[in-house]
Structures are given as structure tokens and as C-alpha cells.
Design a protein around this ligand. Structure first.
Ligand SMILES: Cc1cc2nc3c(=O)[nH]c(=O)nc-3n(C[C@H](O)[C@H](O)[C@H](O)COP(=O)(O)OP(=O)(O)OC[C@H]3O[C@@H](n4cnc5c(N)ncnc54)[C@H](O)[C@@H]3O)c2cc1C
Length: 411
């Protein structure tokens, strides 16, 4: 019986079912085949914390296979050579991937081009020359990128960045530091945000520009890989830019208006992370339901105890609500709305709902819920992080409250 009273567009359903089938054929078997590498941190990471060459090769393999199958760039505009599906499809397909694969089969992260790691609508803003140079390898899944906005002194208040781009001949010299930049340890390009007009920037009236920078540029350095939650390696890095020369072809969007590209990127991130939370939440709920039927205590399956099942019913209600919010936010973006309030509410609510669902699923499993094999703790870690990444819950609530107080009370 369908849980939702209206149908998704056919192309969105096809995208959802297509990525699920692709994950079952190409991702999950790869994890089974390469378990010795993928589940052994000492093989997965190099000493400096970056993915090992073998792991990078597998990531590339998945990206390329997904590109050949038409999934990798399916949500990239047709003008860039993509499939032209929009934000609703992006939400739905990501949610399905997270639900089907769970956190252990993490190569699924490379089935659809992640907005900050690969081609997306964001690249509509790059110059013709940049398209010539970078688009083909990015679309094929051969090359990847990262998104360098946050700095040690500028997180939630991202407009406070201190990285400077100073004019030099036909271009600029960029110097500064970036932190938490995901995918940076293995990326070929970085979209770097820098102040080009300090007066405008300090008045908060623009003055920030975005540049597409090859990570091989002289002066561009991955200073350290950041380790999270006790891991011995990671995907986030701290970057140092020391007089990196950039030219006009590298400007993303309009000069001094780069912050608009940042805000759009973050919107895609909010859709992605809402999908991640609901997908992992649904995956965890399904695991908890299965386990409650087979685990016995006091002579009966624990599913017979309302103390076990009522929390799962609460998860179902919250995930259902978050799922509907995600569909709505995706559809609003597809209609050309900015949906600032709706996207903020969706992301803040979804990550908390998904996190609670995973936490409850751990409790349903008792001690076994903490083991590596089950993967529940991977989902728990992942969703704990998205309470901060792409806008903390507090900042999202702040945005919602500001909109409400301005009279935007439509719900
Ligand atoms: C895993 C991960 C990956 C990331 N990837 C990227 C990336 O690829 N590129 C990138 O540019 N950035 C990335 N980030 C950075 C992310 O965007 C920032 O962490 C986020 O914006 C919050 O900034 P902060 O961590 O500096 O926290 P801070 O801004 O220092 O905030 C600290 C605390 O204060 C609260 N706070 C701050 N201001 C207010 C206020 N006005 N009202 C109420 N509470 C407030 C916050 O909610 C938070 O609880 C990533 C972060 C993580 C964790």
C-alpha cells in the first residue's frame, strides 16, 4: 500500500529504481569482493590519512561505471551534458541509495555526482574556457573537485572569510586557509572562495568571488587530513593557499558575487543531507524491525513489547514527515523558488529525525547494536556530523525565525 497519496513523476521514479538496481549490481558486490581493503582502516588509508591508491582506484571505478550507466550526471543540466533531472530527483535518488546501501556500502557515495565533488548545476557558472578544460573529465567521473568555503575563522558566519585574491597582471594571487573541505585529499579541482573587494566584503554587500583552482596549482597545499570520531584517515582536509595564481577563465559566476554560488551550493548540500538522514533512518528502522521479530527475551520476540515497538513507530512517523518535507523542498527548487525557509526546516528536521531513528535502532539491538558488523554506529556518526555540516541546526533555526519574523509565515 502506498504511503504517499501522490505519484512522483515517471522520470524521478525511474531514477530512484535505476540507482537502486545499480547499487545492487555494482556497489554492494564490490564491497563484498574488496572487504579486506574497504573494512581494514590500515589498508584503506595511507599514513597521512588520505585514501590509499587502491581505495581511490575503487572510488574512480564506481564513478566511471555510474557515468557510463547514465546515473552519475543525471541531475546535471543538459546544457552541461547531463541528464537534466532536477532537485526532486536528486533528493529521491540519494535517499534511495542511502536506504538500500546503508552506511557500510559507502562506495554508493560516488554513484550520483555529489554537488561539491563532481558536476552539478553549480558548474553552469563556470566560464566557456573552464568548461573546455574541466567538464569532460568531471562528467566521465575521471576527475573530482571540492568546495573551499569554510575557514578556521569563518564557519557559520561564512561571509567572514579572510582568504584574499589580490589582482596581479591578468589575474589574481590567492592566499589563505580553508578547513573541513570534503573530498579535498583526492580532488583535482577546488572551488575556492576569496575576498576580491574588501570594502564590499566588510560591508556584507558582496566582494567575495569564487575561483576554480586545480589542486596541482603551485602554492595549493593539502596541509593535513582531518580525522573524525577516532578514524585513522578521512575525507576532510585543511588547505593552505600561498599566492596561488588564478586567471579570468577560473572565475565562477560573477566577480564579487561568488557568495551567491556558495549559497546555491549549500542549498544542494541541504537537499543531499536531508536525503542522507532519511535514507539512513529508514535503513536503520528496517534493520530494527527485522531484529525485533527474531530476537527473543523472556520467552517471546521483543517485537511483542510495546517498549520496543513504540519508539520504532515514532521513528516511522518522523521519517515519513521528513521524507515529505524533502520531496516538497526538491519540488520547490525545481519550480525555481529559493525555498530558503522550507529547505532550512527540512534539513534541520530531517537530520534530527534520521539521527533519532538510528539511535533508537541501536537501542532495539541491545549490545549488538554497537558492533562494527551491523554498521548502525557508522550511520550514527554520519548523521551526528550532518547536525553541523551544511548549516548547523541552530543556524537553520535562525534562518527560519528570521523569515517568520519578516512575515513569511506560510507553512
Ligand atoms: C564533516 C564536515 C564536512 C564539511 N565539509 C565542508 C566543505 O566541503 N566545505 C566547506 O566549506 N565547509 C565544510 N564544512 C564546514 C561546515 O560548513 C561548518 O562546520 C559549519 O558551517 C559550522 O561552522 P563551524 O564548525 O565553524 O561552527 P561555528 O560557526 O563555530 O559554530 C559553533 C557553534 O555555535 C553555534 N552558533 C554560531 N552562530 C550562532 C548564532 N548566530 N546563533 C546560534 N548559534 C550559533 C553553532 O550552531 C555551533 O553550535 C564541513 C563540516 C563538517 C563537520
Amino acid at each position: 500500500m502506498p504511503a504517499i497519496a501522490f505519484e512522483l513523476p515517471e522520470e524521478v521514479r525511474e531514477a530512484r529504481d535505476g540507482v537502486a538496481a545499480f547499487a545492487r549490481a555494482e556497489v554492494i558486490p564490490r564491497h563484498e569482493k574488496h572487504r579486506a581493503l574497504l573494512e581494514e582502516p590500515r589498508k584503506l588509508y595511507r599514513e597521512d590519512g588520505r585514501f590509499s591508491d587502491e581505495a581511490v582506484a575503487l572510488i574512480r571505478e564506481v564513478r566511471r561505471a555510474a557515468a557510463r550507466a547514465g546515473f552519475y550526471a543525471m541531475c546535471v543540466p543538459e546544457a552541461l551534458g547531463g541528464g537534466g533531472l532536477g532537485h526532486l530527483a536528486y533528493y529521491v535518488a540519494w535517499e534511495e541509495l542511502f536506504r538500500v546501501c546503508g552506511p557500510q556500502n559507502w562506495l554508493m557515495l560516488y554513484v550520483i555526482s555529489h554537488w561539491a565533488f563532481g558536476p552539478s548545476r553549480l558548474l553552469e557558472r563556470i566560464t566557456g574556457e573552464a568548461r573546455e578544460r574541466v567538464l569532460a573529465p568531471m562528467m566521465a567521473g575521471d576527475a573530482s573537485m571540492c568546495f573551499g568555503l569554510s575557514e578556521p575563522g569563518a564557519g557559520s558566519d561564512a561571509a567572514a572569510i579572510a582568504t584574499r585574491a589580490v589582482p596581479d597582471g591578468d589575474g589574481w594571487r590567492v592566499s589563505g586557509r580553508k578547513i573541513w573541505t570534503s573530498n579535498a585529499p583526492i580532488a583535482d579541482y577546488c572551488i575556492v572562495f576569496a575576498v576580491t573587494d574588501p570594502a564590499l566584503a566588510s560591508a556584507r554587500r558582496g566582494g567575495i568571488s569564487a575561483f576554480l583552482v586545480p589542486t596541482s596549482s603551485p602554492g595549493f597545499e593539502v596541509q593535513r587530513v582531518i580525522r573524525l570520531f577516532g578514524h585513522i584517515g578521512g575525507d576532510e582536509a585543511e588547505l593552505r593557499l600561498d599566492n596561488v595564481f588564478v586567471e579570468r577563465w577560473q572565475v565562477v559566476g560573477e566577480l564579487n558575487r561568488g557568495f551567491e554560488a556558495a549559497l546555491y551550493g549549500v542549498s544542494l548540500g541541504r537537499i543531499y543531507n536531508s536525503a542522507r538522514a532519511v535514507g539512513y533512518g529508514r535503513w536503520a528502522l528496517e534493520r530494527a524491525l527485522e531484529y525485533s521479530r527474531i530476537r527473543e527475551a523472556f520467552g517471546r520476540p521483543i517485537a511483542d513489547y510495546q517498549g520496543v515497538t513504540f519508539p520504532l513507530a515514532e521513528s516511522a512517523a518522523e521519517l515519513h514527515a521528513a521524507h515529505l518535507m524533502g520531496l516538497n523542498a526538491g519540488a520547490l527548487l525545481d519550480r525555481g523558488e529559493q525555498a530558503v525557509k522550507e529547505l532550512s526546516m527540512t534539513k534541520a528536521y530531517s537530520v534530527q529525525a534520521g539521527f533519532r531513528a538510528v539511535d533508537r535502532a541501536i537501542q532495539t539491538h541491545g549490545a549488538i547494536g554497537f558492533t562494527n558488523e551491523l554498521g548502525l554506529y557508522h550511520a550514527w556518526h554520519s548523521l551526528r556530523i550532518v547536525n553541523v555540516a551544511d548549516g548547523t541546526n541552530e543556524i537553520l533555526n535562525r534562518t527560519v525565525a528570521q523569515r517568520l519574523l519578516k512575515g513569511d509565515t506560510d507553512l
